[in-house]
Write a protein that binds this ligand. Structure first.
Ligand code: NAP
Length: 293
């Protein structure tokens, strides 16, 4: 079993670290807010005071952080960055949802220090992370992916090689755009059904029998009809990913549908809905329908 350090113990990272412990790995954890480590320490993890301390002596270092800024600081920051503690020949794994440009830059910086980077962004949310059933969209060299399989196999039900560094980030952002476009569509259309005096639950049951209804729509529309918005993948995170998608192609004009959907999520954040599950965007439309700002 490998010595693995996990950096970032938010909703996803904490569950991925728990899976690695359950698979029998020797796990060290670090989180910016140290109290998040307590449940994992109770399950047998060691806690490090800095990313560098966590990375020292680890064969694999896996990061699951909010965004490019967090990733940059955790891997590279002067005295505490993880990369500075990693031995030549060890492997850096980046699972956060990031821009392809930053992933490539991090890969080049790691390589200059003798460390191989594999990006490993994931599709799936908290339940899939808890069950070890994430879909991993790996980017990097095939040999590095093969080396990392014992780690990725503990967190993922499927591991795909998307291509070189950056390809995993592109596929992850495309996956989230396909998801978010549907969230925005249902957020707009369910209130329309309601305004027409129809029962939205019954309408969704009928829609679900049509060929246009994707499997994920059961969850999206069901959450909106039931008014259940406990965060799994919050509005603020999916808005971040639309921003990254627009940036990765250079010009938002090439992606008008994605730009419009990002705007819906941005307005939801401005309306104070950013911490709700992404499906909470429907509340924005319900407010508009009531004539509220
Ligand atoms: P989260 O619960 O908000 O956790 C974010 C993590 O990043 C926390 O550990 C947080 O530390 C850390 N962090 C944020 N800013 C930081 C900084 N400047 N320096 C150091 N650490 C920082 O988010 P999550 O749901 O676990 O998502 C993590 C990543 O996975 C994101 O890139 C997200 O887009 C992606 N993702 C999420 C889902 C999902 O369904 N939630 C699914 C697939 C992928 P603190 O605890 O100290 O705040």
């Amino acid at each position: 079993m490998s010595r693995i350090s996990v950096l970032g113990l938010g909703a996803m990272g904490s569950r991925m670290a728990a899976r690695l412990l359950q698979a029998g790995h020797d796990v060290t954890v670090w989180n910016r807010s140290p109290e998040a480590a307590a449940p994992l320490v109770a399950q047998g993890a060691r806690q490090a005071a800095t990313p560098r301390e966590a990375a020292t002596g680890a064969a694999f270092v896996l990061a699951m952080l909010r965004d490019d800024e967090a990733s940059r600081s955790v891997w590279l920051e002067g005295e505490t960055g993880a990369l500075g503690g990693m031995a030549a020949g060890s492997t850096a794994l980046e699972s956060s949802t990031l821009t392809p440009a930053w992933v490539r830059e991090l890969g080049a910086t790691a390589m200059a220090r003798g460390v191989a980077l594999l990006e490993a962004p994931v599709s799936g949310s908290r339940p899939q992370a808890e069950a070890g059933q994430l879909v991993v969209l790996a980017g990097g060299e095939a040999g590095v992916l093969a080396r990392a399989m014992p780690v990725l196999g503990a967190i993922g039900g499927a591991v795909h090689h998307a291509g070189p560094l950056g390809a995993g980030a592109v596929l992850k952002l495309v996956t989230n755009a396909l998801l978010g476009i549907q969230v925005a569509a249902y957020a707009e259309l369910i209130p329309l059904i309601e305004r027409q005096g129809m029962d939205p639950g019954a309408a969704v049951r009928i829609l679900s029998q049509t060929s246009v209804f994707a499997p994920v729509a059961h969850y999206l529309a069901g959450s909106m009809v039931a008014g259940q918005f406990a965060p799994q993948f919050p509005v603020a995170l999916i808005e971040k990913d639309f921003g990254y998608l627009l940036a990765c192609d250079g010009a938002a004009e090439k992606l008008p549908a994605s730009a419009a959907v990002r705007d819906v999520f941005r307005r939801a954040i401005e309306a104070g809905l950013g911490e709700l599950n992404m499906t909470g965007a429907v509340q924005l439309h319900r407010r508009w329908a009531r004539g509220e700002a």
